[in-house]
Design a protein around this ligand. Structure first.
Ligand code: NCD
Ligand code: ZN
Length: 345
């Protein structure tokens, strides 16, 4: 048996939802992760600090007795977000970041940003305070091919933004392309990129070859293998600008397996097993702690966790449940397409 002990990991991009789904999925994250950046794309979205505090209370209420977990709250940036509310939330630690969704880019993003000029006062305040901006980095221009939307976002939005606000801490979330990796690696200032579990494991072939696989459909959509390999290289490199943000995004099966299925992969239960598998395959197990437990806190200027987690590898494959039951219906757990041998001790 191989064992690996690391500081307890954090998840720098997580969808917990609300109500029955929140209660069902929260233990899968809290079992392995000490903290997570909580995405604000509820219906209606988490737009004010008061909304975030109320949502945080619902999360803590849903946490089973005996588990510990710290939700790091975010605000959903809209064109009417009040810079003073953001500043107050940052000052008392109620929020850790603000999330920018281009309007229409993904699940529940309709209230997002259409015109970045309209949110400049908020972004300027955040730059002044050192409050990180988390970005869904895809343009929504219908003329741009879905596989090019991240690369075009870099040209049209990220480069001008980085130049206009050099002090703004930026996380390019769920990087899916070599273009994104290059941008994060080279941009000046406090710049980082999060990488999901599934984008390290799958390519667009997994979605489309041999029949359409809705449980591999997420946004940004998985790209070709060269991009997946650039993500693997970045994640296992030890470069402190890259860290884990699972983007674990549960949807009940009927909303995935239908004519117009929702985007999102539910990866929380298997993420640490998948990562250990991948880092071992890449000969980089000694860099898993940097990716999962150290680089994220450094970017967000939080201390790394003192507690640890021990992962152990067995010769026999470990069985993970294929579905999670929730009060709203079943949720299919991400299948990496090969047996997993790692589990948390
Ligand atoms: C996310 C969701 O379901 O909320 N879906 C996804 O495919 N990642 C939204 C998001 O992060 O884009
Ligand atoms: Zn997400």
């Amino acid at each position: 048996m191989t064992r690996l002990t690391l500081r307890r990991p954090d998840d720098w991009h997580l969808h917990l939802r609300d109500g029955a789904m929140l209660r069902a999925v929260l233990p899968d994250t809290a079992r392995h992760f000490a903290r997570a950046i909580i995405m604000p794309n509820l219906v209606p979205p988490v737009v004010t600090v008061a909304d975030a505090m109320a949502y945080r209370a619902r999360i803590m209420d849903a946490l089973p007795d005996g588990m510990t977990f710290e939700p790091l709250m975010t605000l959903y940036l809209t064109e009417t977000t009040d810079p003073a509310d953001v500043a107050a939330g940052a000052a008392d630690g109620a929020i850790t970041a603000v999330k920018l969704y281009p309007a229409g880019a993904t699940t529940n993003s309709a209230s997002g940003v259409r015109d970045i000029a309209k949110v400049m006062p908020v972004l300027e305040k955040m730059a002044e305070l050192g409050l990180p901006l988390c970005l869904h980095g895809e343009v929504t221009d219908p003329a741009v091919d879905i596989f090019d939307r991240e690369a075009v976002f870099i040209d049209r939005v990220l480069n001008p933004l980085r130049e206009a606000l050099p002090d703004l801490p930026i996380t390019l979330e769920h990087v899916t392309t070599a273009d994104g990796v290059d941008w994060v690696s080279g941009a000046p200032g406090r710049t980082a990129g999060s990488i999901t579990t599934h984008h390290l494991m799958i390519t667009r072939n997994d979605i489309l070859v041999g029949g359409i696989k809705p449980h591999y459909y997420c946004l940004p959509v998985a790209k070709r293998a060269t991009h997946r390999d650039a993500l693997r290289a970045a994640a296992t490199s030890g470069n402190p600008r890259f860290f884990l943000g699972t983007d674990s995004a549960p949807h009940v099966d009927p909303l995935k397996e239908c004519a117009c299925g929702c985007a999102g992969c539910y990866t929380a239960p298997v993420t640490m097993a998948c990562l250990a598998h991948l880092f071992e395959e890449e000969g980089a197990l000694d860099r898993l702690e940097a990716f999962a437990s150290l680089n994220g806190p450094a970017h967000y200027r939080l201390p790394p966790n003192e507690a640890t987690i021990t992962l152990e590898k067995s010769d026999e494959p470990v069985t993970y449940a294929a579905k999670l039951g929730s009060g709203d219906g079943p949720v299919t757990v991400f299948d990496p397409g090969h047996p997993l041998h790692w589990r948390a001790a």
